[in-house]
Design a protein around this ligand. Structure first.
Ligand SMILES: [Ca+2]
Ligand SMILES: [Ca+2]
Length: 421
């Protein structure tokens, strides 16, 4: 059915292409002044109805940028996990019986969300699905667990949990439908897992070792928990993000005199410091793109930043200054989509005078292939995907993120045709 439809569109495309391109060129000439205005975009995500000064924070984004998850203030002044979509806005994911929850990870297609929620008397990791709602993942034996990330297909969840009722032993956990299991430690009494590779096979986080140092680790089923080492002269650190294949890890370590320095670790080169702009002495790296080449985090504890490896960190407030009128500021970037296009975090929305989650689209509106230019290749991509949700998990042809590639998306391409070229 779908292939027949696509064939029809391909036939139609041959005839329509010349007309559409002519129309697009006419539009692009007529609307030339619009191009810079309609380039990259920044969306402040609001709250769950509450008017709190801390309205929301975003911690993860789906592959196509259409779903963002985090925590937000409710109308009752509580803090609840949210799932945001372009068409539906913020959805309250509820709790496990208490009055607090927060979402930390989302699957590639946006359908599985993981995080932490209060039960009536304990704090437990949850896994939420569009069909099943919020599921309590239990604990490793204690009264506390918290999930921090989920694999691309939503089947593997990682986080931390106490093993004993006294809460003296905390362990990184890996959950699958079969069980929640401990990943052990590097010799101390604590470990926590913060990120998992796309297929769920590589887990990274931090663990105390036998001399009570906090060390970044990388875990695999065959190799167990591996200490990733430290920056020169430092003894502590933690790993926060991992590439899709598990071979690139980013995190934060210390060097003498400076407790917060970003690092990037690779299987081939080990741990390397990520560069800082002149005049800056600290930053933290929280997440990395699927290919391991673009990392995001926070610079000097107050500016959301990005590393396009091997370049030094760039302050996103400088790069996207034109999206930040009236003194708005991007404070921290917590996640980046696998292709590096979308960045989420939180900042100060000066228009509303409060702290809010943000979604930053670093590509031009209408760009489907990331070449920075809206041209006939983008037009054809939209036409070939017409009537479908878009191709692959990135679904860049669904420009307005409403779940279907249709004339609304086509118009966006036409409206921006020629931009950036
Ligand atoms: Ca393009
Ligand atoms: Ca659409």
């Amino acid at each position: 059915m779908r292939s027949l439809m696509i064939m029809k569109i391909r036939v139609m495309t041959q005839a329509a292409r010349r007309l559409l391109i002519r129309l697009a060129i006419a539009l692009s000439v007529g609307l030339g002044v619009m191009h810079e205005v309609s380039a990259q975009s920044l969306t402040w995500l609001g709250s769950l109805g509450g008017g709190c000064y801390w309205a929301s924070q975003a911690f993860d984004v789906s592959a196509d940028g259409g779903v963002v998850v985090g925590g937000a203030c409710t109308i009752n002044g509580e803090w609840h996990a949210f799932r945001w979509t372009v068409s539906g806005g913020m959805q309250d994911l509820g709790t496990l019986g208490g009055n607090y929850s927060e979402a930390h990870g989302v699957s590639a297609n946006g359908g599985v969300v993981v995080g932490v929620a209060w039960t009536t008397n304990e704090t437990h990791a949850f896994r939420w699905t569009t069909s099943g709602g919020m599921q309590d993942l239990g604990t490793l034996g204690g009264s506390y667990s918290e999930a921090f990330d989920v694999s691309a297909d939503g089947s593997v969840v990682v986080g931390e949990s106490t093993e004993d009722r006294a809460g003296l032993e905390t362990r990184a956990f890996l959950w699958t439908a079969v069980q929640m299991r401990s990943l052990g430690t590097l010799g101390g009494h604590f470990s926590a897992a913060f990120a998992v590779s796309a297929d769920g096979s590589v887990v990274v986080g931090s663990s105390k070792n036998s001399t009570n140092r906090l060390r970044p680790f990388r875990w695999t089923a065959s190799g167990g928990m591996q200490d990733l080492g430290s920056l020169p002269g430092g003894e502590n650190g933690e790993a926060s993000g991992v590439s899709a294949d598990g071979n690139v890890v980013v995190g934060t370590g210390e060097i003498p005199g400076y407790p917060t320095r970003p690092f990037r670790w690779t299987v081939s080169d080990g741990m390397q410091a990520l560069g800082l702009p002149p005049g800056y002495v600290e930053a933290a790296a929280y997440a990395v793109s699927a290919d391991g080449n673009v990392a995001v985090g926070i610079l000097s504890s107050q500016y959301a930043c990005r590393w396009k490896v091997p370049a030094n960190a760039e302050d996103l407030n400088d790069v996207y200054r034109y999206l930040l009128p009236h003194g708005s500021i991007l404070i921290s970037a917590y996640a980046i989509s696998p292709d590096g296009r979308y960045i989420v975090g939180w900042g100060r929305n000066a228009v509303r005078g409060r702290y809010e989650a943000f979604l930053l689209d670093t590509w031009r509106t209408g760009d489907t292939n990331g070449d920075g230019c809206i041209d006939d290749s983008d037009l054809l991509a939209v036409l070939f995907a017409f009537g479908t949700p878009g191709t692959g998990l990135t679904r860049h042809e669904d420009i307005n993120k409403d779940g279907i590639v249709d004339d609304a998306d086509l118009l966006q391409v036409l409206f921006n045709f020629g931009s950036g070229c």
